[in-house]
Write a protein that binds this ligand. Structure first.
Ligand code: ADP
Length: 246
């Protein structure tokens, strides 16, 4: 188990967005998170890498790092959490005035203060891995959406995280560009990266996932292997959701 989460809760004002969620993320496995818009999927991912501070919950990592959000966590703990997970955003979130290469090297050089030459070499390797070695000196506006998202993936990998988080990584893309991003994620799954992926791509989720969570209204309604949750769900809400999107 890479990460065990118990009793995760998060509200925005009066709105309870996550209600006592328990979830386990196994090392080397792919967890897909599905569910209707507004069910709390993005908020859960943001809690996982410290972009949102949970109100409650205990995170236990396999290396012994334990964070109990009932007590306010300190800066050092927050930073450790941030470094555990690389996040890939729906809208890429690249720095517009930096090249693809600079986008990938920014975190390791500026935040992690790693050696510039080493980081540059690593970043070139990562851009090659996502098929963009020949584009590394281009700026985001010179790249297609699919290419920008692949830079986003390389950037998340560059911090050498234990866990990769994807928040609807293909939902902003034109249909013909979705495949190239899904292929990169599939390749990462083959390399046994631990990943949590929010996605509406049912076919992709059923191919790539070891486990699927279906969320609704801040709860995990149902959880299990993809052949169960996506092909023969037990819960009516899951079935209704799948009927709507398929
Ligand atoms: P999903 O990813 O499943 O669409 P989200 O986690 O994005 O769901 O959102 C869940 C609910 O929380 C929504 O009602 C959304 O409007 C609300 N929400 C998310 N972030 C914030 C925020 N920063 N402030 C207030 N409400 C928020």
């Amino acid at each position: 188990m890479l990460l065990s989460i118990k009793g995760l809760a998060k509200s925005f004002g009066d709105l309870e967005v996550l209600k006592n969620i328990d979830v386990e993320i196994e090392k080397g496995k792919v967890l897909s998170i599905m569910g209707p818009s507004g069910s709390g999927k993005t908020t859960m991912l943001r809690c996982l890498n410290g972009l949102e501070q949970p109100d409650k919950g205990i995170f236990t990592f396999d290396d012994g790092l334990t964070l109990n959000f009932e007590n306010k966590i300190n800066k050092q703990e927050a930073l450790k959490l941030r470094r555990k997970a690389g996040m890939v955003f729906q809208s890429y979130n690249l720095f517009p005035h930096k090249t693809a290469l600079e986008n990938v090297t920014e975190g390791p050089i500026i935040v992690q203060k790693r050696n510039k030459n080493e980081v540059n070499q690593m970043a070139e390797g990562l851009l090659e891995k996502v098929g963009l070695k020949d584009k590394m000196h281009l700026y985001p506006h010179q790249l297609s959406g699919g290419q920008q998202q692949r830079v986003g993936i390389a950037r998340a990998l560059a911090i050498e995280p234990d866990l990769m988080l994807f928040d609807e990584p293909t939902s902003a893309l034109d249909p013909e560009l979705i495949g190239e991003v899904l292929t990169v994620i599939r390749d990462l799954a083959k390399e046994n990266w631990t990943m949590a992926i929010v996605t509406h791509e049912v076919q992709f989720a059923s191919q790539v996932s070891d486990e699927v969570i279906f969320m609704d209204d801040g709860y995990i309604v149902e959880q299990g292997p993809p052949e169960e949750i996506l092909k023969a769900p037990k819960e009516k809400r899951t079935q209704q959701f799948l009927d709507r999107i398929l």
